[in-house]
Design a protein around this ligand. Sequence first.
Ligand SMILES: [Zn+2]
Length: 82
Amino acid sequence: MYMDSRNFDPSGKTICPECGEAFFPVLGERDQTLKIQDQYPNAALWEREQLITGLCSQKCWNDHIGIGEYEEYDPDETPDGE
Ligand SMILES: [Zn+2]
């Protein structure tokens, strides 16, 4: 079982823990048998976050972890932790 800490509204939308917006993830629903980075190797970090934490956007992701509003985040500079 992979990490999925999202909250859902009654219609099945994911609720953003930062702004409270309900939305459907842009990537669609994930395959719980795969690691998300294997299922969506080319997705933006915030797109994957929609399926993990429910954060809806780069802005909410930045707000949530406490970095600048539109500060660049380059996932290529972060090791995947293998
Ligand atoms: Zn949000």
